[in-house]
Structure formats: C-alpha cells, structure tokens
Design a protein around this ligand. Sequence first.
Ligand code: GLC
Length: 543
Amino acid sequence: SRNPDWWRQAVVYQVYPRSFADADGDGLGDLPGITARLTHLAALGVDALWLSPFYPSELADGGYDVADPRDVDPRLGTLDDFDALVAEAHRLGLKVIVDIVPNHTSHQHVWFQEALRAGPGSAARDRYVFRDGRGARGELPPTDWQSLFGGSAWQRVPDGQWYLHLFAPEQPDLNWDNPEVRADFRTTLRFWADRGVDGFRIDVAHALAKDLSEPLRDLGAPELSREEALAEFAPGTHPFFDRDEVHEIYRDWRKIFDSYSPPRAAVAEAWIPDPRRALYARPDELGQAFNFEYLQAPWDADALRTVITDTLATARGAGASATWVLSNHDVVRHASRLMLPPGTDENAWLLSGGHAPAVDPEAGLRRARAATQLMLALPGSAYVYQGEELGLPEVADLPTEVLQDPVWEQTGRVRKGRDGCRVPLPWTRTGPSYGFGASGSWLPQPPGFAAYSVGAQDGVEGSTLEFYRAALRLRRKLTTDETLTWAQDTPPGVLQFDRSEGWRCVTNLSDAPVDLPAGEVLLTSAPLEDGRLGPDTTAWLSV
Ligand code: GLC
C-alpha cells in the first residue's frame, strides 16, 4: 500500500540472513533462500521483514563489518537476487527494511585500504579516525577508550598511527565530520531506496557524531566508555555516544526518505534510555527507535507497567510511534531470558552451558508466549526475531570451539557472545540441518531443534507457530489507534488494559490463577485453567 504511515503499527520480522535458509547448500543462509521462504512470513502475518546485513563482508562481526555497502556478499547472492527478493516480498504484500551500518566499515572496505596506503595526514585517513599514539614513541593508544567488544578501542597500524574502532579491530570507525563520508551514505540510502526498499534500520545510530577536537579526552575509567555509563555525562556531551550533533545527520537523511513516495521508514538502534532515545524517533529524523528498556525489563507486572506507560508517553511527546522488541540477534532469546532470575549474570549463565541456573524449556516457552501476546497488544510496532515464532530457546550450550562472535576472542574468552541466538533455523523435522540447507549449518543446531521446526508445528493446534499466526491475524483486525487505557484495581501481578477498538489484554504474571475480566475470549497464550487465567498467560478479550 502507499499508506505513508504503514510502519507506525507494523509487525516487522527480523531476518538474520546467514541463519535463515541456505539455498545453495554451502552452510550459510543466502538471499535466494530467503526469497524461497517468504511465503512463511506472509502466512505468519507480518507486515515487513528487516534484513540484517547481507553485504560483502569477511564476517568479522556477522556481517556488521561491511566491505561494500552497495553490493551483496557473493556467498549470499547477487544484486539480481536482491531485486528478486524485493519483488517477491512486495508481491506477497511484505515491506522490506535493510540495515545501514554507518558508524564503521570493514577494514576491507576500499576506503580503509586506501587510508592504510596513503599514510598519516592524508585525505584518505581523514575518512576514519587516525591519531598518533601517546608515550615517547607513540607506543600507547591515543586515549583510554574501550571497545564495546573488549580491549582498547585503538589499533596500531605499521606506520605507527592508531585508528579508532568502537567494535572489532576489523570495524574502523568512520569520521562523520568528513563531508565525503556524509555524501557516501546519502548515495547508499538512495541506492537501496531506488531498488524499492521501504525502510532502514540504523545500526548504532547514537555513535556517529564524535568529539574529535584535540586533545581527545580520556574517560578516566575504562568502563565509562560503555553505553551504560552515559549517565556520567551531561546529556549530549559524552565524547562518542548520543551527542547532540548526531541528530543533524538524521535530519539530513529524513529529507532523502521523504523524497520517495511513500516516504521511506527508519528505525534507530540506539542502546540509550528514554527520553534521549525518543529524540532519534522525531518525525523529522528516523520516526522510530528500538525500545530496549522493554526488552531489558524483568518479568514483573509493576516494572512492565512503568516501562509501557513511560514509553508511550515519551514516544507521543516526540511525535513518534512506540516500538517493542523481545529478541534480536544481539540478546539471549526471550524463551530462555525471561526465566533467568533478575540479576542473573547472563554471560555466566551462557558459560555454564545454560545449566546454572537451569531453565525449564516448557516453562520458558509458556512465559515467552505470554510476553509476546502482551507485546503484540501494545500500541506501536513490534519487532519479531526469526525463530521466536517457533519458540526457539537460546542455544546456551554451544561448545566454545564453534563460537564465531568476535566478542569471545576479543574479551580474552571471558564473554561468550551472541552466537546462541544466531543458530540457523529448523524448517523440517529431519534432514541435514533440519531443512536449513542441503548440508550442514555454520553453527551447529542441537537435536532438540527438530521438535521446534516449522514442519513439526505447521497446522498443529496449540503450537507456537499457530499461536503467532492467530495472534497476528487478530492484531491486524484490531489495531488502529495508538493509545491504551490501564484497568484500575487489578490484582497484584496482573497487567490489564483496554484498546479503544473494544478489546482488552490481560496478562497474569503472578504464580496463581486469576479470574478473567469480562469479555469474550479471543485468544490465550496457554489453555485456561478451569476457566481462569493461569500463571504466565495472556488473554485477549473483546468487550
Ligand atoms: C549493532 C548490531 C550488532 C553489531 C554492532 C556493531 O549493535 O546489532 O550485531 O555487532 O552493532 O555493528
């Protein structure tokens, strides 16, 4: 449709291309694999798919190390394959969102290769952040800034200079004060918008603008380079996160988005709290920003009520639409995560192979379904991560020899990283890689994946897949406006609200069954218990 506001209440399905479907049998998911499976997304009932990076990349960071932002990784296909994917998606009524990675490139990008050759002080080096080191011979990094993946954020090159990388050393940060950098991303946005892409997800949207005035400032304590430590700075003044100037970039991009009909949509990935996060979502900027406070909230009625209320108020104040997300390629899948007691060290849990504490997969799935149905009732758009419609748990017991996430090595094998949510999808009950492809998969799938496969759930009453389909079908019929009204005097542990179209959502987060409110039951995330709503269950009712 040409509705310019399609994204405001959309359900967007995140595809992690290398783990979705492998058409050519090399063990790596690819674009033709996605195209062949788009009917799965249409039948699920989502509005759009968001493709994580499929650009040429040596996979130092799962594709977020982009060697050429205007091409397709040859292992994943060609630009023609991309066009075919978009055409088929549009034929099925699905919008397509692509990932833009503007904070850094791959070190294999022609610009970085040129910068290495050109030497200190060159125009080529000015597209990145090169500096001389400290110490008598420049042998110390220019500042104490730490990479988000561990270790110094500076890497030395053979001629003695250092370059900045907030992530892996293979991901040199771009210098957004450089006009060529700005111009090149305008070209990239137009390149994909011209190919029919409907929207963009902006990676690390809050890190592009940096205070690079001399002398660069130390942060004092290395941990202050972490996003969590933003609070140590007056808003907008951290040397590289969430600086006020970053918004000029998005105001510039909005002019490009709005030059298309319908205007291209955009969503910021910015791991910063509201109300600063909402600034990225203003109508003259990106329109939306992922809401990670909801993702990080404990499974607790009061905590969730507060996050939901605050999120809606802040989004409304910014003129944006709210977003909700429970899982993505960077976090522990919510069918496992929501079972971890508040305060659990997730990394320690992953290092224990998911055994300390043990998570009962059935209980986890029950809770995940309740959380999902609650999310899908909220005003705004919901982002669903591939495999959650199958109820996939985190693969917490991946042996360390198979880990691919750079976080593992870069932290000196301290942080296990994000591979456990990136294991390729099971499509069939049997077969090599459970239908992911004709051979193996780039990360090993556990035998338990058979029971989660699409083949095991398709058409099976009560399966998680059929539950998602039913929820999305109902949501489509019901959702129009962007408000909710909390019920008063609900029992402790119960969240209940009405949407103006005459329907009601109630979630029981307590550990005992509760009475259902008035209304005709439309859908529940688990069977009712003697007509009552059991623990960890959500119901939708018409009123
Ligand atoms: C974003 C991506 C993550 C990636 C990082 C660096 O947070 O979601 O996967 O590692 O940016 O690009």
